[in-house]
Design a protein around this ligand. Structure first.
Ligand code: SF4
Length: 75
């Protein structure tokens, strides 16, 4: 299993994450930022625990994020 953390406050809405890993990220039409699908929100930090097979896509998303606010860890 892997844990994805999204420090959403600093998201600039470029949607690289949505393009790279569309099964896990979507556009939030309300505020224009990306949304980590099925994440829990703890004071603006979104965390999702997802299956191992999503690792590669989400590491690519983390590496592409221009503001470095996506963290992906194996747990
Ligand atoms: S790549 Fe980073 S800045 Fe861009 S939408 Fe995703 S989380 Fe936000």
């Amino acid at each position: 299993m892997i844990r994805i953390t999204h420090y959403r406050e600093k998201c600039i809405g470029c949607y690289y994450c949505v393009d790279i890993a569309p099964t896990r990220w979507e556009i939030d039409e309300v505020d224009g930022k990306s949304l980590l699908i099925e994440a829990s929100n703890k004071k603006g930090i979104y965390i999702a625990k997802v299956p191992d097979f999503e690792y590669d896509e989400n590491i690519q998303a983390a590496n592409a994020c221009p503001v470095g606010i996506i963290k992906v860890e194996k747990i």
